[in-house]
Each structure stands twice: as C-alpha cells, then as structure tokens.
Write a protein that binds this ligand. Sequence first.
Ligand code: PXP
Length: 255
Amino acid sequence: MAELKPIRLGVNVDHVATLRNARGGRHPDPARAAAAAVAAGADGVTVHLREDRRHIRDDDVRRIKTEVNAPLNFEMAATEEMLRIALQVDPHAACIVPERREERTTEGGLDAAGQHNHLAPIVAKLSDAGIRVSLFVAGDERQVAAAARLRAPVIEIHVGAWCEAVVDGHKQAAEMELGRIVAAARQAASLGLEVHAGHGLDFATAETISALPEIVELNIGHFLVGEAVFVGLEQSIRRFKAAMQRGRARAGAGA
Ligand code: PXP
C-alpha cells in the first residue's frame, strides 16, 4: 500500500479583513491573525484578493508575505491585474478561482475545460515564475482532466455543495456530492495531480474529507474565523487540526 501522506491546514484570513473593513481602520489585522494562525499550527496562510477588494487588500497580501513565516497561498481570478500582482508578490502558491462581482463567495468551480485558452498562458506564467499553481474546480471528471491538460500541478476540489448538503441534512445529496469528490480526487491523483479541498468546511466535514488519502491540504476560512469568536483563533485551529488528524487516522485504517 502507498504511504499515507500527511494533510496540511491552510488558514484563510479573508474574514478577519471582512471584520476590519466593517469599521474601516486597522483592527483586527489579518496579518496579525495570519501570524497567530501559524503560531497555533496552521501549515500555511491563504488570502483571496478579490477584484472589488471587499476583504483582503493589496497591502494585506504584501504584509502577510513579508511578515509571516509560512507558505502563502494567493487565491486569484484569472485576470491580467491579478497575474501582475501575483508575479510581484511571489507567493508560494496561487489558486485560480472563478470570480463574479455580485456573488457573496466563490460559488462554483473554475471552468478549466471551457476556458483552456484563457487559462493556459496564466498557468504557464505563474509556473515559470516558480509559483505552484492550483485550479479550484468542481468534482467533475471533465474539469479534472482539463486541469491536467493545463499542466497545473494541483487542483483544489470545491467541496461547498457537499458541505451545504451535510449541514442542511440532505443525506442523498450529500452522498452524491461526496461520491463526486472521491471520484475526482482519485482521478486527479491518478493523473499525477496533487489534490486539495476547500470551501464551506467545518469540524465534521473537515474530519470526513481528511479520510480521503489523495487529499493533502484543506483551505479553511469562514467557519474557522467564526468559531474563533467563541473559542479564540488558537483553539479553533487546534480543533480543526485534531479533526483532520482523526480523519487521517481513518484513512490509515483503510476507511
Ligand atoms: N478555497 C477556495 C479556493 C476558496 O475560494 C475559499 C473561499 O474563499 C476557501 C477555500 C475557503 O472557504 P471557506 O471560507 O468557506 O472556508
């Protein structure tokens, strides 16, 4: 049996910025939250610089990159502006996400299949600069195959629909969505892609998803920051890490 890889937690600090921006000013500072997250055991920090700068701002990205000693995962839309910023900031990784101005959050996966010609030069320029590219795609065979054709080394599977079905108690839908995630993770790994997952994860869903041996990184923000209101950032991160370790132990047991 292949050796079971450890699973990493990337902490997304976007919503620390959301809270700061509600009042303007500087508090709470997402760079401080990022440093605290790393001190509490986060394996990396994730930020999404949206076109409208509704949460993370340019200066946050630069400060987190220079002040925080952990790999930075820069989530970005596939635009010329974001490509220019990514190349300037030089993060460890860039995750290309679909972005529509009016959406509340990233609502679906990237159309890697339909947008091949638009995405190919962006993936190539980031890769040439030594930035590890990941594509945020749905658990869909066509999209996973397209990500491999684009030569992205990583995909992040959008698990939001599954998480929503679990939270809403829609058992059948949840089983169907989880089936898609499992199939996509296996397909991606068989194509040589590294597999991550993210969107909408809470303690229970993070534990379940960590039992999939192909998945080696989770990127988690909203629930983690929300939970920090009740238990503190450090505890919230520790609980996520513990849930992920429990899930991983199940993967090791062949579950
Ligand atoms: N991964 C990606 C690619 C995302 O776009 C987001 C949301 O910004 C997340 C992970 C984190 O999702 P959540 O905030 O729901 O945990």
